[in-house]
Design a protein. Sequence first.
Length: 242
Amino acid sequence: MAQGANPAKSRIITVFYRMNGVTPKAILFDLDGTLIHSAPDLRNALNRLLISEGRRELDLAAVQMMIGDGVRALVERGLKATGGTPGEPTIERLTEDFIADYEPNSTVKTLPFPGAVRTVKALYEAGHVMAICTNKPAAAAAVILKKFGFTPYFPVMIGGDTLNEIRKPDPRFLVAALDRLGAAAAGAVMVGDNANDLAAARDAGIKVVLTTFGYSAIPAAELGADGLFDSFDDLPALLRRT
C-alpha cells in the first residue's frame, strides 16, 4: 500500500458502494501527458544530452510528440531528429546518461494538470482502486508522484522498467497492474492520452478514456476511445458513464 493511504477507509467505502449496488471501478492512470505536464523537464534533459553530443536543441512541441514509449525511445527519437542515430552501445550509454540527469531534475518545471490531484483524491475517497501505468522509469515516476501528493492514492505503480522489457502498448503491462490491485479487467478503465494507452487497454479487455490535452501524435478524438475529457473536472462523470 502506498505511503499515507488508508486501506481500512478504502475497504469501508468500497463495501458501502457494493451494498448499494455500485462497484467502484479499478482505474489505471497514465502519467506523462495525462496526470502531469512533464514535457518541459523531459525536453530540457534531452537537450542537455543532445548538446553534450554536439547536436542542436529541440523545441517543446517536437519533444512532446516523442514522449510515450519510454526513455530509450525518447533518446533515439531525439538523436534521429538531430543528425541520425548512432550504434547500439552509444544509444545504451546515452539512455543511461539521460536517466541519470533526468531523475534528479524531473520536477523542476513539471506540474500536475489543473484539477488532477483534486480529482484523483475524490476518486480514491469514492472507493476506487487505482494504479499508475507509465512507460517512464519507476524511480522518476515515484519522485513525481510524491512531489505533487499523488502517492497516497496509488497503492500500485508500474513503470517502464518494472516488468523488464514489457511496456505499453503490451496489454500485459495493464494486466500486471490489475493483478497487483486484486482487480478484474471487467469494469476497469484506463485513463491515458495516446495510442499506446488505447491499444494496451483494448488488448487487455479494458475500457479506455483519453485526455484531449495530452501528448498524442494523433488527435485523441481520432483514436476511438470510449470517452474523451477536456478537463479533470469532467472525468468523474465520464467514468460513471463508461
